[in-house]
Ligand binder design. Structure first.
Ligand code: ADP
Length: 401
């Protein structure tokens, strides 16, 4: 009886792939096993990815044909040692990759992802994206790393072109916009001579529009940087209460023009938190300008809080504005999304602010969410880890953004 149930156990799957129930009674098990193995072999042949199986104890590697067909190595070459593989990784990347793999030894991590330069047989390097599954024994020790890598050199080149385009946009578009703003301000304030009321009004309009354009270009640049994983987070001990107060001061003229009042009472149990003030400042600024934008004329009340909440920090921005209808709430963090009530209330938005904020908060390992009692009032919450923000270098995402 024991034997029979053991046999059923063995037959119920091959390489972790469950067999259909009727196959349990099949006499062709060997045939099926052969077919499954053949299928895997064909799959390994069909893909352009290099598929590898690294045996940790013996430091040996088994490769599929793609290593030979895609990277030019000869079948006769001795490629089965770990040493051979490591010697093919670009010297500037080898140390980092080796550190990443060593770090796996001390964790229970089951997957690994990295990008590095790999040398082809003609000695040229290509960028590869490597994803692997880490197989461990019952004690958690790594037995095998099974993975695949793909040549992403073209994608990297495209990213570089996008980078160049970004810096071009940044300089070529922002500089003239700033000049337009400066001169229109000179006109509207009378510093360049007396203007009629109508002329002043037009100069004001030009200045306002250029301010919106500068902000829009800034948002697009920031989003592109985040999407291209070009964001650097450099946390420093920051007086958060002061940072928030500074950002409120910046928004006060906008709020005053609308008759809205912003209040903020610094909490005493929070002083210095390890954050990147520029990055977090963008979050605060966007939430504040939205709260002002969507608050009612003359009676807007905005309350900002930053408190310690258990093992984390919680920023909240509460307004008594138009609220967010229930069906729109799931979409407000999407790029270009604007709820209908927002479009009717203020035509000037772009639908980019919250998308940017969400990208930033995600990159900081934080959380953002919203509560709203439409048709009145909205609260945005941002939770930051208790240890503050994690330092991060551009291009260090562990998964593609
Ligand atoms: P926008 O430029 O339209 O404000 P955002 O990305 O900042 O773009 O916000 C996306 C949408 O979320 C807005 O169009 C609006 O529908 C909604 N929203 C954001 N903040 C608020 C708020 N404080 N009150 C009401 N609706 C809001």
């Amino acid at each position: 009886m024991t034997d029979a149930s053991d046999a059923t156990e063995v037959k119920s799957e091959i390489h972790g792939v469950p067999l259909p129930p009727d196959s349990l009674h099949s006499h062709n098990l060997e045939e099926q096993l052969k077919e499954t193995v053949e299928r895997y072999e064909l799959l390994a042949k069909a893909t352009n990815d290099v598929v590898y199986d690294l045996d940790i104890a013996n430091a040996t590697v088994t490769w599929n044909d793609a290593l030979f067909t895609q990277y030019g190595y000869r079948q006769s070459e001795e490629v089965s040692s770990l040493e051979w593989w490591v010697s093919r990784i670009h010297p500037d990347d080898a140390f980092r990759v080796q550190e990443e793999v060593s770090a796996l030894l001390n964790t229970k991590q089951e997957t690994w992802f990295s990008e590095y330069r790999f040398q082809k047989a003609d000695r040229d390097y290509v960028y590869v994206r490597d994803r692997a599954f880490v197989q461990r024994d019952a004690q958690g020790q790594i037995k095998r790393i099974i993975g695949s890598f793909l040549d992403i050199t073209q994608q990297k080149q495209l990213d570089r072109t996008k980078d160049e385009f970004l810096s071009l946009v940044s300089h070529q578009l922002r500089t003239p916009l700033t000049v337009i703003r400066m001169f229109s301000d000179m006109l509207s304030t009378g510093r360049a001579g007396k203007l009629s009321a109508l002329q002043k009004h037009y100069a004001h309009q030009i200045s306002d529009a250029s301010v919106r354009m500068i902000a829009l270009v800034g948002d697009i640049l920031n989003i592109s940087r985040l999407e291209l994983d070009r964001i650097t987070i450099a946390p420093v001990a920051t007086d958060v209460n002061k940072l928030i107060a500074t950002h409120i001061e910046e928004v006060v003229p906008l709020a005053a023009a609308k008759g809205a009042i912003i209040s903020f009472s610094p909490t005493l149990d929070v002083s210095y938190v390890s954050i990147d003030p520029t990055v977090f400042g963008q979050v605060i600024h966007n939430l504040l300008t939205n709260a002002v934008r969507y608050s009612p004329v003359s009676t807007g009340r905005i309350v900002v809080r930053f408190v310690r909440d258990g093992h984390s920090f919680l920023l909240s921005v509460h307004d008594n504005g138009i609220g967010i209808p229930a069906k729109a709430r799931a979409h407000i963090f999407e790029r270009f999304y604007r709820a209908d009530n927002a479009v009717d209330f203020d035509g000037a938005g772009t639908g980019l602010g919250l998308y940017l904020v969400k990208l930033i908060v995600d990159a900081c390992e934080g959380k953002i969410w919203v509560k709203s009692n439409a048709p009145q009032g909205t609260v945005f919450y941002v939770r930051l880890p208790g240890k503050g923000m994690q330092a991060r270098k551009a291009g260090s995402a562990t998964t593609p953004l």
